[in-house]
Design a protein around this ligand. Structure first.
Ligand code: C2E
Ligand code: CA
Ligand code: CA
Ligand code: CA
Length: 277
C-alpha cells in the first residue's frame, strides 16, 4: 500500500515537473518567436443567415522547431503570465491588418476583420495609441474592424474599461464580447458598456440540438443582445441543424466548421474568389 502511494506521489511530482518544464520551454521559445517569424495568422470566415460573406476572425498560429505546433489556448496563457502578451498582441494586430488589407485591395472587396484582444493587452496604457497608429499605417477602414474581448476585462477597473470602450467606439471601431455566457459578467453591466456584438460560446452551440438548457441559454443571450441593439454571432457551428435552429431564433451571424475551418491567407483569397457577394 505504502509503495502504491509513493508511486502515485512520484508520478504526480513528475507530471508537475514536466508541466513546469514545458511551460518554461514555451516561454523561452515564445520570446524569440516573433523575430524568428514563427507566428502567423489564420482567418475563419463569418456569414449572415442568407450565406452572404460578412468577414473573418483572425486566429493566431505558432509553429516552433522544438515544440512543433503549440495551440493558442496553451501559449496565449503563458504569454499573458510572462509579460509577452503586449508585444505578441501588437504583432498579431499588425499581421492581421496587413494580410487582410492586402486581400481587400487585390480583390477590391471590403469585409470585416475581427481580432482577438487579450485582457492583458487591452489594459496596457499604450494599447489605444498603438492600435490607431497601426490602423493608420496600413490605411485600414476602421468601421471594418472588430475587437473581440472576453467578459473578464470587466474584472479590471470598470471606469477605465468603459472609458476605453467609448474611445474606441468614437473611432468607429466595433467591439465584440467573445465566449459570452461562460465568464464573469453581470447583466446590469451589459447595458452600461458600448458593445456591438455578442458571440454565443461554442459550448452552448455544441449541445443546442439535444440539450434544452443550452437551447434556453442561446435563446436568452439572443433576447438580451437584441434588446440592447447588439448583433449576435454564433460560433462553432458544425451542422446545418444548428444553423437552422439558430435562424429561427433570429441569430445574425454564423461561424464554424460547417462553413469553413480557419484558412491561411492564400487559402482565404482563393475562397473569396469563389464566394459570391
Ligand atoms: P476563440 O476566440 O473562442 O476562437 C474560436 C476557436 O474555436 C478557434 O480555436 C477556432 O479555430 C475554433 N473553432 C471555430 N469553429 C469551430 C468549429 O466549428 N468546431 C470546433 N471544434 N472548433 C471551432 P483556436 O484557433 O485554437 O483558438 C483557441 C482560442 O485561443 C481562441 O478562442 C482564443 O481565446 C485564443 N486565440 C486564438 N487566436 C488568438 C489571438 O490572435 N489573440 C488572442 N488574444 N487570443 C487568441
Ligand atoms: Ca474569438
Ligand atoms: Ca469565442
Ligand atoms: Ca473559446
Amino acid at each position: 500500500e505504502a509503495k502504491k502511494i509513493k508511486n502515485t506521489f512520484v508520478f504526480f511530482e513528475n507530471s508537475l515537473k514536466d508541466k513546469y518544464l514545458r511551460q518554461s520551454l514555451i516561454e523561452q521559445e515564445l520570446r524569440k518567436a516573433i523575430t524568428n517569424d514563427e507566428i502567423y495568422m489564420m482567418y475563419q470566415p463569418q456569414f449572415d443567415s442568407n450565406l452572404n460573406f460578412h468577414g473573418v476572425e483572425a486566429l493566431v498560429r505558432w509553429e516552433n522547431s522544438k515544440l512543433g505546433f503549440v495551440t493558442p489556448d496553451e501559449f496565449i496563457k503563458i504569454a499573458e503570465n510572462s509579460g509577452i502578451m503586449a508585444s505578441l498582441g501588437n504583432h498579431i494586430i499588425s499581421k492581421s491588418l496587413k494580410d487582410i488589407k492586402n486581400i481587400q485591395d487585390s480583390l477590391k472587396k471590403q469585409f470585416h476583420l475581427s481580432i482577438n484582444i487579450s485582457m492583458k493587452q487591452f489594459i496596457e496604457k499604450e494599447f489605444f495609441n498603438d492600435l490607431l497608429h497601426q490602423i493608420k499605417k496600413v490605411k485600414f477602414k476602421k468601421e471594418y474592424i472588430t475587437l473581440e474581448v472576453t467578459e473578464n476585462v470587466f474584472i479590471e477597473d470598470i471606469e477605465f474599461i468603459v472609458n476605453l470602450l467609448n474611445r474606441l467606439k468614437k473611432q468607429n471601431l466595433k467591439i465584440s464580447l467573445d465566449d459570452f455566457g461562460t465568464g464573469y459578467s453581470s447583466l446590469s453591466l451589459l447595458k452600461k458598456v458600448p458593445i456591438d456584438e455578442l458571440k454565443i460560446d461554442k459550448s452552448f452551440i455544441d449541445d443546442i440540438i439535444n440539450d434544452v438548457n443550452s437551447l434556453n441559454m442561446a435563446k436568452s443571450i439572443i433576447t438580451i443582445g437584441k434588446q440592447l441593439n447588439m448583433s449576435i454571432l454564433a460560433e462553432g457551428i458544425e451542422t446545418k441543424e444548428q444553423k437552422d435552429l439558430l435562424d429561427t431564433l433570429n441569430c445574425d451571424l454564423y461561424q464554424g466548421y460547417y462553413y469553413s475551418k480557419p484558412l491561411r491567407k492564400e487559402q482565404l483569397k482563393e475562397f473569396l474568389k469563389t464566394t459570391s457577394s
